[in-house]
Design a protein around this ligand. Sequence first.
Ligand code: GLU
Length: 500
Amino acid sequence: MGLPSADPLGMIVRTRYAPSPTGLPHVGNMRAALFDWLLARNAGGTFILRIEDTDRERYVDGGVEAQMEALRWLGLDWDEGPDVGGPHAPYTQSERLALYLEAAERLVANGKAYHCFCTPERLGELRRQQQAAKQPPGYDRRCRALPPQELAERLEADEPNVIRFASPTEGETSFRDAIRGVVTVENRTIDDFVILKSDGYPTYHLASVVDDKAMAISHVFRGDEWIPSAPRHALIYTALGYEPSLFVHLPSILGADRKRLAKRHGSTTVLEYRDAGYLPEAMVNFLALLGWSLDDKTEIIDRETLVRSFSLDRVSATPGIFDADKLRWMNGEYIRALPEDELARRILPFLQRELPETAREPDLELVGRIVPLIQTRMELLADAYPLTAFFFTREILVTADDLLGKRFASEPEVALAALTAATERLGALPDWTHEGIQSALRGLGEELGLKPRDFFGLLRMAVTGSTVSPPLFESLEILGREVTLERIGDAGRTLRPAAG
Ligand code: GLU
């Protein structure tokens, strides 16, 4: 049987994302899903979601839903899957056990696999001996040649057993990897691995091969941590008489310290990025560049361009570095590129989440007016809250010290007089526009002999409760005359005791 063609042209592309619900969808998972999706969409093929839930001990409740949620967030729609069905349903491995059992029994019947009755205690003891003797770990094949009579009796007695693959002890096994070419390993390095566990569930090795074949998967994308398993899969393919799929082992993802990406590097699950205010567009762009490139220099690549340009020959074998600063920067770029009304729509839930109950309910109309003031100042959607909370909260809590700062610390009466004068001037303005507010306050500052920075700083603190805010005059226009005057009045009352 030959190896699959290295040239995917003319192939019917069918890719699958096959998560195990043993944890939350992390960055490596979603990068694999994205590459699967990109190739399928590029080639007009099919993208399949398959749930590999055969490890019952590590099953995490909610794991399947979290995977789907992450895919949906990133816009990676699947054509076949557990929820949408398809010609190869069911798409959840725990519902396909009969298929794996049939394959395992077929292998046993052909002498390619065998029942093993060794107990966990014996295997543990074997491992200890191997470690002590500095031998590589691996099953010693004790049950591979059990006398037929003994085998029949033990099966008849229902003695717990697993099915192991009878790996060849000599020669070599090769598989084709789209990025690395043909990879060959010596068979003596492959032990007799388990394909069916004693609980009737298959191991990943058997289930993935059976399903990749049954679902006519053309390209198997997965992280390069699976490379050591690939020869086993190649052996199963051959033993079952199948043409192997083309493997695409994706390069590892490393943290900035060049160690494998892990929790200590910060967030690793994709939904945490969503909740922190990253845009799915930015995440997709960023993940695509973890192992693929358009031309080694372009950083901002939108989804349509990714789909149009994606190709296996630009997937690299060198690790991708997860550069959190770059992701943040990229997110800022995508935020700036969003139409204002769309940005308002995305910001809204972040404000709703953060604002206290007593605050004014943020609505799209108001957020839409605020967006032009903050769009260039944001890197994350969550940045909107600290920048704009003062538009919504009922009261601004500032102390006399906050208001006076360094400039007015020894002259509180000057600050108070300035606030009082500002109240009068703003109260008398014919039109409440930012141009009108600006010219009135500039004129007043000059009359009072105050530097713009000091005078506007005082007003900013009074109205927004902060030394930094979106542009002041535009903010006042949106806030409205009534609230502005109320806040300046409150600030004056706060200063009065200090001003004597
Ligand atoms: N179920 C495996 C995992 O979640 C998938 C590996 C593969 O795609 O073959 O790691």
